[in-house]
Design a protein around this ligand. Sequence first.
Ligand code: SF4
Ligand code: SF4
Length: 180
Amino acid sequence: MEADLKRIYRLAQRREKDNRNFLRWLKYRHSWTKRQVMALQQELSERVWAEIDCRDCGNCCAGMQLQLTGHDCAQVAKALGMTTDEFNKQYTEKHGDGYWYLREQPCSFQKNLMCTIYEDRPSRCSGFPYLDMPILDDMAGTLDKVLYCPIVFNVVEEMKAHPDLRRQKRRKRYRRRSDE
Ligand code: SF4
Ligand code: SF4
């Protein structure tokens, strides 16, 4: 399993086209149902989560502009001993989509790769990298996360290497060639 962040970034850049083609193929051309793909994704996610330690990474906290709901703002404000207004004035800006966004990037609450408000972190953080949702539903997001999240990178790599999927891909290639 690959855990070196620099290497992951390099490999993901190099394999971007291959990953895009694989995800498209999996979404539009393979014979597995969405449920089968999701079952494999969940199985691989559990295996990868068990081996990757987020405390050695912190890339998502450093890289994303954190989106907060009103509930998130109130929760984090309370954890910091502030009113929601004080918190919003100091840390966030409201955008036209109705959400608040943390002004600072990397996240103001990340210290030494750790979250200083872990128990009260916003929902966007606790759900990251959202592998409870099908990665094929947001291919652009998946390809982006492959660049910096070792969990998503390894899940996609393991999917590509899965024997049943490889076998199917080879068969399709063969069929295409014999049709020509
Ligand atoms: S969820 Fe992914 S990007 Fe975020 S800290 Fe964990 S491994 Fe790193
Ligand atoms: S609130 Fe915590 S988990 Fe969320 S981005 Fe900031 S440091 Fe990371």
